[in-house]
Ligand binder design. Structure first.
Ligand code: GUN
Length: 279
């Protein structure tokens, strides 16, 4: 759908959307995520630019890079892949990004606008999950939705979006995390579980109600001897035992990761069209 729209835009003499990605260091997960984002850009007919820095890049250098991208009129949107090395203040980098180009939806202006239901860039993983609900016509209104995890990237925005008065949303939301006393009971009562806790195979069959919808955000990378890449991704959910109880369940891989890339591409298209922020 995105590629079709880009073809029409470019065919009519419009600008090809351009996403830039900044990657610091050689973290295996980040390398893979960014590589897949670049591939997604190609599939959508976007221009993409990858800017790489070594682990020892200074905060000042990175801030200068952000400033250059803010000012580059050919770049419609850009992301700085997280996590960043410890000596760099992540929040400072995010705050330096022009919110009009913040296609990750991490800048406080976008987070704030999202929270009160104003047009904005919504961060990709939660937005990709909303798209799953839409495409599979999953009812969310009035349902009990348990979000596991409270990160700025997934748990917090997900919980806010699921409680909005719009579809998908309008749910009764509970957020559980590593210090929740009653996490198992909360899950057992849930119509929808969105797990972003990052603990392999944490969600077992006894924690899931018959007919529940389970969304698995977990992608913990562990070394493996039986794969070509030398590692494998472990999901939060014990898929084989949980799946038979579910109305719907998202697989890993091929579930939320894929939808995250789709959502980033949709934000980039919106940025290219200046659909949210006009100037
Ligand atoms: N690290 C993990 N997920 C994301 C994401 O969606 N965007 C960025 N920039 N970094 C991430």
């Amino acid at each position: 759908e995105i590629a079709e729209e880009v073809k029409e835009i470019v065919g009519a003499g419009g600008k090809q959307p351009h996403l830039a990605a900044v990657l610091v260091g050689h973290d295996g997960g980040s390398e893979t995520y960014v590589k897949n984002k670049v591939i997604a850009c190609e599939q959508c007919g976007f221009k993409s630019t990858l800017i790489r820095y070594d682990d020892d890049v200074t905060e000042e250098e990175l801030l200068l890079c952000v400033d250059r991208l803010n000012k580059d009129s050919d770049v419609d949107g850009f992301i700085v892949q997280l996590p960043l090395p410890k000596h760099i203040d992540e929040q400072k980098i995010i705050m330096a990004i022009d919110y009009r180009k913040d296609v990750d939806g991490f800048h406080p202006i976008n987070v704030g606008r999202m929270a009160i239901g104003l047009p904005c860039y919504i961060s990709a993983t939660p937005n990709g999950i909303l798209e799953l609900f839409r495409r599979y016509h999953i009812e969310t209104s009035g349902k009990k939705c348990v979000v596991l995890g409270r990160s700025n990237i997934v748990g917090k925005p997900m919980a806010i979006l699921m409680m909005q008065k719009t579809y998908p949303g309008d749910a009764t939301v509970t957020v559980c995390h590593s210090h929740s006393h009653n996490l198992v009971q909360e899950c057992q009562a849930a119509d929808i579980i969105i797990s972003a806790i990052g603990q392999p195979h944490f969600i077992t069959a006894n924690m899931v109600k018959e007919g529940a919808v389970v969304i698995d955000v977990g992608t913990t990378r562990v070394p493996a001897t039986d794969t070509k890449s030398g590692y494998k991704l472990l999901s939060d959910v014990k898929f084989d035992e949980v799946a038979p109880k579910c109305a719907y369940i998202s697989p890993v891989p091929g579930g939320v990761g894929l939808m995250t890339r789709v959502a980033l591409m949709k934000n980039t298209l919106l940025a290219g069209k200046k659909a949210i922020y006009k100037d």
